[in-house]
Design a binder for this molecule. Structure first.
Ligand code: FNR
Length: 341
């Protein structure tokens, strides 16, 4: 199967796949504060990630590029929505454009539509230093995401089967690149064990990329005859992964995986993230309701966060890390067993 066809399949299946929703966010209860001593005008949504200043603590996470005109149009729309709302945006994996120069425009359209915005490049952990530099230069990236996607590769018949040396390559890329490197999972979650290893490198941030949202095992299993169903329920719930990661790293922590509501963003920040990435649910709004509605939704998120931060008496995103939450149910059990409660 061609790479372009696979990219289009992924979009189609991601939009139709039913998500488990088992992110753990429902098990995070915010402790209400009756005397916040704040007004909405006090609140700033700015957040710092790897030395970059984000004007909102959420961003459009890596999705596409390289599938021809359709992915180019999606990226153009996402870039315009990001520009209008001032949020950061990541492109999908750029390996296809490194292998086939004709595909570059499907990524570069993002920089064309949003020349001054914060844009993250994206590459897999199989990349060499020179490929990572090429990806960053291709779109004048402000940061580079390196994705970890062992489960998706194993679920694909044509996927990779050897994952040796990823940490060493990540460390080398991060040492050589002049921009911050963010390592992200793609829906199966970073464990504290993985975060400890990543913490030894010079990367700027770790995106927990947890379970409960877009599920690339399920997407691949829907496409294949030989199904590897055992991977469908494999993964660390996003809320648990944020806590596991934040507990052991001094890097900035990002949250993603099943973030659908503004309260999911808030809970991510309360658990220790500096910003949250949203992929599938923004793609769904864009394809089903259009670019204007996506812009509206992003603005709603920004408004909602200001309201919730005011209610909690928090002036800044960093202040949220000190607000108490009560963890319940499976999330409490998980973190207790793992020694992080
Ligand atoms: C993705 N994702 C992704 N991630 C990545 O690092 N490189 C990529 O090329 C892609 N491609 C991609 C395509 C499509 C159609 C979707 C929906 C997602 C993964 C994405 O960035 C994110 O990690 C997961 O989708 C989990 O977040 P959500 O979708 O639950 O918000």
């Amino acid at each position: 199967m061609s790479r372009a066809k696979r990219k289009l399949d992924h979009i189609e299946y991601a939009l139709s796949d039913k998500q488990s929703g088992k992110t753990g966010f429902d098990e995070v209860v915010i402790v209400h504060q009756s005397l916040p001593d704040r007004s909405v005008n006090d609140v700033s949504l700015h957040s710092e990630v790897g030395g970059l200043l984000l004007s909102s603590p959420f961003f459009i996470n890596a999705m596409t590029g390289g599938g021809g005109e359709k992915t180019s149009e999606i990226n153009a729309s996402l870039a315009r929505a990001a520009k209008e709302t001032g949020i950061a945006l990541s492109v999908g994996s750029q390996m296809s454009a490194i292998k086939d120069k004709q595909e570059r425009h499907t990524y570069q359209v993002v920089r064309k539509e949003n020349p001054d915005g914060l844009i993250f490049g994206n590459i897999g952990s199989e990349a060499t230093v020179s490929q990572a530099i090429e990806a960053a230069e291709m779109i004048e990236a402000d940061a580079l995401q390196i994705h970890l996607n062992v489960i998706q590769e194993l679920a694909m018949p044509e996927g990779d089967r050897a994952f040796n040396g990823a940490l060493e390559r990540i460390a080398r890329i991060s040492d050589e690149l002049p921009i911050p490197v963010i390592v992200k999972e793609t829906g199966f979650g970073i464990s504290s064990e993985a975060a400890v290893k990543l913490n030894e490198t010079s990367i700027a941030a770790i995106d927990a990329g947890g379970y409960g949202g877009t599920n690339f095992s399920s997407i691949e299993n829907n496409r294949q005859e030989r199904k590897k169903l055992f991977f469908n329920e494999w993964g660390i719930p996003t809320a648990a992964s944020i806590v596991e990661t934040a507990a052991v790293t001094n890097k900035d922590v990002l949250a993603s995986g099943g973030i659908h509501k503004s309260s999911d963003v808030l809970k991510s920040l309360l658990l220790g993230a500096s910003a949250a990435g949203i992929a599938g649910s923004f793609l769904r709004i864009l394809t089903e309701q259009g670019e204007k509605q996506l812009v509206e939704e992003i603005k709603f998120f920004q408004d909602d966060l200001i309201m919730m931060m005011t209610a909690l008496g928090c002036k800044t995103v960093a202040d949220l890390k000190h607000i108490p939450v009560v963890l319940t149910g499976n999330l409490y059990h998980w973190l207790n067993v793992r020694g992080f409660s």
